[in-house]
Ligand binder design. Structure first.
Ligand code: NOJ
Ligand code: CA
Length: 576
């Protein structure tokens, strides 16, 4: 375990070493299995991540969010955790994680890890103990075990459905071989839900937080954060009750006491040499007022902005989401274009319907994709997103412009959603295909030369043009755009300044200003005065538009056309 020495920000003078670094950080989401394979078994690991930290530093990010890296039977790609205080052996060891944290800190990069408190793994010792202990035991009280309904209890205790398809209950066989109680799993059967009414569960997770904070972890991403509290009467759902106090398992009021306790722990650790610890919640809620309740000084620091991620490439719709997000004054905004659960952005924006929603993936996959159009829009969206006030998340591969791989052979699909919906929903494998690093053939250096196995999902051969090496060599690549945009975003005072001011603009064009000074971020100089305004202009219309006369161009997502900003292009301008 590393000693609690102050992390060094050497070489990155503008890097967030203290204070509210999370308020405007650029956070890279690293999906371990698919990032880089250090030992040649075809699966990404911590050795691979360590070997490529320099790539991330060069990209200009402030923090890395690691998807779950714990021991797991991998029924849901690590979101089924059998030991919350260790590292999955396929990924490495706890010593590797300690070294990685220290090395990242040395580069001025913070580390955020995923904690999954809604559910466990059916291989977790607590679940094994619950099965062995039988009905009415303390061990079973940490989960949701109930007798079934109907003759001989052969029907599930209620009508809840798994988010991955099928019933949310599985029946166990008791020690004497008889059909026994049922247990609740809002996701796969291998992911039994914890009962947060149990004091053991509360204590355990508070201790897990301390375990990782004391190793220098800087933040926690909380999985399925609105689902933890359940109505202990376990009533049927009608399907029409909105999330909130009247819903049996989504966004119930007492979930907040959990995060209030967690915030106190984060604040306690923020006083040590590693600096401020942050909590970000994965909260999918349609109602902004309910969402706001999760954030603030006594609770989570931020929540993910899923309405922005789901939003179509449409100026009015985007402006509405941006305004609604910024109206949530309780917390700095977060901006997310993609993650490991949703379709990759160049594919989404290349379809005739550019929205996204998790429950309509089969429909979206049935649409044709124009990759050139999608890529152009994704570039424009990247600059729009990075100009907004708040923090920004970049899902690995987004910076390379990787597309959703929709033609993975059925027999190679891994996502439980595919199997549990009997193939009706293709699931999330298409956004989890291993990254291409260099070379002209798969595995594109994802695995080392002479690797014993192929990548765990096949890479399209066309990705030879999208490798890190290939894109590094081209100034007009997606990677070069991300590097330059992140560099400017990090160093230009306007990006740390006031919230945005909308400017008048033609129809289907978004234009706003950011001014240096007046913001809450103290990392960058408050220069104020003329010549410090950033204007972001995103042209979502079908015609080129002119740019203001008193503007100089800082960066554009595509070439200008005779001084005009073409359709599906964004410009960052310096005004004055
Ligand atoms: C949300 C995670 O992002 C997703 O990948 C996972 O399957 C579910 N929560 C269940 O943990
Ligand atoms: Ca490996």
């Amino acid at each position: 375990m590393p000693s609690a020495t102050a992390p060094s920000d050497s070489g990155r003078p503008d890097s967030p070493s203290s204070g509210s670094w999370w308020r405007r950080a650029a956070i890279y989401q690293l999906y371990v299995r698919s990032f880089a394979d250090g030992n040649g078994d075809g699966i990404g690991d911590l050795a691979g991540a360590r070997a490529h930290l320099a790539h991330l530093a060069a990209l200009g990010i402030d923090a890395i969010w690691f998807n779950p890296w714990y021991p797991s039977p991998m029924a849901d790609a690590g979101y089924d955790i059998s030991d919350y205080r260790s590292i999955e052996p396929v990924f490495g060891t706890l010593a590797d994680a300690d070294a990685l944290i220290a090395e990242a800190h040395g580069l001025g990069i913070k580390i955020i890890i995923d904690v999954v408190p809604n559910h466990s793994s059916d291989q977790h010792p607590w679940f094994a103990a619950a099965l062995a202990a039988g009905p009415d035991s303390v061990e079973r009280s940490r989960f949701w075990f109930r007798p079934g309904r109907g003759i001989n209890g052969s029907l599930p205790p209620n009508n809840w459905q798994s988010i991955f398809g099928g019933p949310a209950w599985t029946r166990v066989t008791e020690a004497d071989g008889s059909p026994g109680e049922w247990y609740l799993h809002l996701f796969a059967p291998e992911q039994p839900d914890y009962n947060w009414g149990s004091p053991d569960v509360r204590r355990e997770f508070e201790d897990v937080l301390r375990f990782w904070f004391s190793r220098g972890v800087d933040g926690i991403r909380i999985d399925s954060a609105a689902l933890l509290s359940k109505d202990a009467a376990l009533p049927d759902v009608s399907g029409s009750e909105p999330p909130g106090p009247a819903h049996p398992y989504t966004d119930r009021d007492d979930v907040h006491s959990i995060y209030q306790a967690w915030r106190a722990i984060a604040d306690e650790y923020s006083a040590d040499n590693y600096g401020e610890r942050m909590l970000i919640g994965e909260v999918w809620l349609p109602d902004a007022a309910r969402l706001t309740r999760y954030v603030g000084p006594g609770e989570l620091h931020t929540v993910f902005n899923f309405p922005y991620l789901d939003c179509p490439w449409d100026a009015d719709a985007l402006r509405r989401v941006i305004d609604e997000t910024l109206a949530l004054a309780a917390a700095p905004a977060t901006w997310v274009l993609s993650n490991h659960d949703v379709d990759r952005v160049v594919s989404r924006y290349g379809r005739p319907d550019t929205a996204f929603s998790l429950d309509r993936r089969p429909y979206f996959h049935s649409l044709p994709v124009d990759l050139a159009l999608g890529t152009r829009r994704a570039r424009a969206a990247a600059l729009l997103t990075m100009a907004l006030p708040g923090s920004v998340y970049v899902y690995q591969g987004e910076e390379l412009g990787l597309w959703e791989v929709q033609d993975i052979p059925d027999e190679l699909r891994q996502d439980p959603i595919w199997a549990r919906t009997l193939g009706a929903d293709p699931g999330r494998d298409g956004c989890r295909v291993p990254l291409p690093w260099s070379g002209t053939e798969p595995p594109f250096s994802f695995s080392p030369a002479g690797a014993a196995a192929e990548p765990w999902l096949p890479q399209p051969k066309e990705w030879r043009d999208l490798t890190v090496a290939a894109e590094s060599a081209h100034a007009d690549s997606m990677l070069s755009l991300y590097r330059e945009a992140l560099r400017i975003r990090r160093s230009d005072p306007a990006f740390a300044g006031t919230p945005l001011t909308w400017r008048q603009s033609p129809e289907d064009v978004l234009a706003f200003d950011r001014d240096a000074g007046g913001g809450q971020d103290t990392r960058l100089p408050d220069t104020g005065g003329p010549g410090t305004t950033l204007r972001c202009v995103a042209n979502l219309s079908s015609v080129p538009v002119s740019l203001p006369e008193n503007a100089s161009v800082l960066l554009t997502s595509g070439p200008l056309d005779g001084g005009l900003l073409p359709p599906d292009t964004t410009a960052w301008l310096r005004i004055g």
